[in-house]
Design a protein around this ligand. Structure first.
Ligand code: HAM
Length: 422
């Protein structure tokens, strides 16, 4: 029986990898300029890192984690996100001891047992960013500005930045009580899920996607009107800084995020080009998570981008790709040529050229067809006459012009010709 990949888990084919790598390189360039350094994190961690970090009552922890006992009987989970791991590493490696901010980013696969659909996978890739060690609203604004710059570099233009404030733990707690009181009157009209959420996590009622519930939620008390003065001031500052740098945004007071660690600013970037799964990026402040894991008080701000969704939005054109077509396609004809083609290709590659050949050594016609298909810049033709004379034929595949190059200095001569073509 043919074995197929698991539902919601897909291969990333070479053409797609090219795009991902291009996007990741741009992320690296932009984030590095803002002082972020890459951290590589394990793909699996102890389960309680995620259940405590993300929150026991969240969808991720309740129903989406890939959890298993390892051979030693330890509960292990394939990471559903990166923030909890960054926090763990930050504490474990005493990264706080440097007394300066830690600005980190990471890329890699995440795992969530969600219902697969367009843009939603069970193994998906994120690019994440975490700025750790400052309360300043400048950090909130700067990280979002960096994200906007990244989108700009990618050529993305149709998206919306939505922001909200979730207050601090104290004022959010008060708001939750007010919210619960208001929700109570609507319980019979709300969906089953929201009835459950009402008990455990009433904030999540605000971002329910059921139509009737959206209408009800729009009438509920707004969090931004209930947060304390300090939180209001912080949120006001963030908005002022975004305005100062002309970053367009809208305030969405129903934006609550699906992970429990957020405090103060929360944000999402959505695109109407994505369909139902329209969130490209989500993030915000989480000022208490490091402390909750017994680290020193460390206010943090971060986000994560869904790489598949992001890549699907980038307006790629040929120019953007790293050159994947070979410089040279070697065509060999006759027994003598066959015996030297292996070391000739090796010599060209060692000289820094990208080279392809026909391993089946078919007829001239078939080799030329393959050369055309490879879209190489040049075709190097090596037959008996060429070997005898010590000169190879080099065909410029774009102009069709053929020239003679000396066998001994073929690497240098081809390289010179490439600079003339480029
Ligand atoms: P999140 O909103 O759960 O946040 O995920 C961030 C992004 O990952 C989403 O906006 C989406 O693009 C992508 N994503 C999530 N689930 C899937 C899926 N099943 N298939 C495809 N893409 C998906 C976090 O993960 C937080 N750790 C972000 C953060 C970092 N907050 C602070 N620091």
């Amino acid at each position: 029986m043919q074995i197929k990949s698991i539902r919601g888990v897909k291969d990333i084919m070479p053409e797609e990898v090219e795009k991902c790598r291009w996007v990741e390189n741009k992320a690296n360039q932009v984030f590095t300029r803002y002082g972020f350094r890459e951290i590589r994190l394990p793909i699996f961690e102890k389960t309680n890192l995620f259940s405590r970090g993300i929150g026991e009552d969240t969808d991720i922890v309740e129903k989406e984690m890939y959890t298993f006992d390892d051979r030693g009987g330890e509960k292990i989970t394939l990471r559903p996100e990166g923030t909890a791991s960054v926090v763990r590493a930050f504490i474990e490696h005493k990264m706080y001891a440097t007394q300066t901010m830690q600005k980190l980013y990471y890329t890699g696969p995440m795992f969530r047992y969600e219902r697969p659909q367009a843009g939603r996978f069970r193994q998906f890739y994120q690019i994440g960013v975490e700025a750790m060690g400052s309360h300043s609203p400048s950090i909130d604004a700067e990280v979002m500005i960096m994200l906007m710059e990244f989108f700009n570099v990618l050529g993305l233009n149709q998206f919306e930045l939505q922001i909200n404030s979730l207050g601090c733990n104290k004022c959010r707690c008060e708001y939750q009580k007010t919210l619960k009181k208001s929700i109570k009157d609507h319980l019979s009209d709300l969906c089953e899920n929201c009835n459950k959420r009402y008990q455990k996590n009433p904030l999540r009622v605000l971002d329910c996607k059921v139509k009737r519930d959206i209408e009800i939620a729009s009438e509920l008390p707004k969090i931004t009107e209930h947060i304390c003065n300090e939180c209001k001031f912080h949120f006001g500052q963030v908005q002022a800084l975004l305005n100062e740098t002309q970053v367009p945004f809208t305030i969405n007071s129903s934006l609550v995020r699906g992970l429990d660690y957020y405090t103060h600013t929360a944000f999402e970037v959505t695109s109407n080009k994505l369909g139902a799964q329209n969130s490209i990026c989500g993030g915000g402040r989480y000022n208490t998570l490091v402390e909750e894991f017994e680290g020193p008080p460390t206010p943090c701000f971060g986000f994560a981008l869904g790489l598949e969704r992001l890549v699907s939005l980038v307006p790629f054109n040929e120019k953007k790709f790293i050159e994947i077509n070979p410089d040279v396609f070697v065509v060999s004809l006759g027994e003598e040529a066959k015996s030297i083609v292996f070391s000739l290709v090796h010599k060209l590659r060692s000289g820094g050229l990208s080279v392809e050949r026909d391993y089946d050594e078919g007829s001239m016609k078939s080799q030329m067809r393959k050369a055309n298909k490879s879209a190489s810049l040049f075709t190097l033709i090596v037959g008996e006459n060429e070997i005898k004379s010590g000169n190879y034929q080099l065909k410029n595949m774009h102009s069709g012009k053929q020239s003679c190059i000396t066998a001994v200095s073929c690497v240098e001569e081809i390289k010179t010709l490439i600079t003339q073509v480029a």
